[in-house]
Design a protein around this ligand. Structure first.
Ligand SMILES: Nc1ncnc2c1ncn2[C@@H]1O[C@H](COP(=O)(O)OP(=O)(O)OP(=O)(O)O)[C@@H](O)[C@H]1O
Length: 223
């Protein structure tokens, strides 16, 4: 379980969220939504231990998230913008990360099959489409069988076909022992993928089940 207790985050004197409490259980697929600038990426960075909270604490399975023991091998994070080696092939990029993390070779094929990139494994990164780049990023994020997969705007900037490819992969990520957290601006992604929503609004974060959130959203835009 990821547990957030009395969390407050600020940049200088600018409060992004304050006194926030929620938990995320295994098997949940959680969409993080809110207006531009509401603090979605800020929340993700605190959740994955990149930044320390101003106040409060975040733990994964009882261990404070800023201690590597909490997330190492358990949690993976794919930022909105990430770097790959342009001069290497798809498989070489994934293999490079696998070698660094001492992950067995056979997992490289497994993650590339999961993201439907195995057929394109020998293409150079400089020659693949944006949608394929995102699938390579996802392949890297799935290495090591993480229990918590965290994706920042995984469909941002993709055409409808590329988005659909990514959504199909995301649908298969959340299982009984693996959870998915992702930020999005698209309500159809919430509808298709999420079991729950974290809604960032007015410096608060509310957790709702996805259907309840979507009903409230529909009502708010039609009134
Ligand atoms: N490193 C930083 N230093 C100061 N202010 C920051 C920093 N990073 C973000 N902010 C500010 O904090 C607020 C929340 O930013 P954040 O990127 O978390 O929002 P977001 O919900 O992810 O936005 P978007 O939907 O546009 O991606 C914004 O007002 C942003 O300008």
């Amino acid at each position: 379980m990821i547990k957030i207790e009395n969390a407050t985050q600020m940049y200088h004197s600018n409060i992004i969220f304050e006194q926030v409490n929620f938990t995320i259980d295994r098997g949940e697929r959680v969409a993080i939504v809110g207006r531009n600038g509401a603090g979605k990426t800020t929340l993700l960075h605190a959740l994955v231990g990149f930044s320390r909270l101003k106040e409060g604490k975040i733990s994964i399975d009882g261990k404070a998230v800023h201690q590597p023991a909490a997330w190492k091998g358990k949690l993976s994070y794919l930022p909105e913008k990430f770097q790959l080696y342009l001069q290497l092939s798809v498989v070489e990029n994934v293999q490079y990360v696998a070698d660094t993390l001492r992950i067995p070779k056979k997992e490289v094929e497994a993650v590339l099959r999961h993201t439907n990139m195995w057929d394109y494994k020998d293409k150079r990164i400089s020659q693949v489409s944006k949608g394929m780049l995102q699938r390579v990023g996802l392949s890297v994020a799935l290495l090591g069988k993480p229990e918590w997969v965290v994706l920042d705007e995984p469909t941002s900037g993709l055409d409808p076909f590329g988005r659909n490819d990514i959504l199909k992969i995301m649908e298969n990520i959340g299982t009984s022992n693996r959870s998915l957290l992702f930020t999005t601006h698209h309500m159809n992604e919430v509808n298709k993928i999420a079991t729950h929503v974290l809604y960032l609004h007015d410096k608060k974060i509310i957790k709702l089940d996805a259907n309840t959130f979507l009903e409230q959203f529909e009502r708010s835009i039609s009134s």
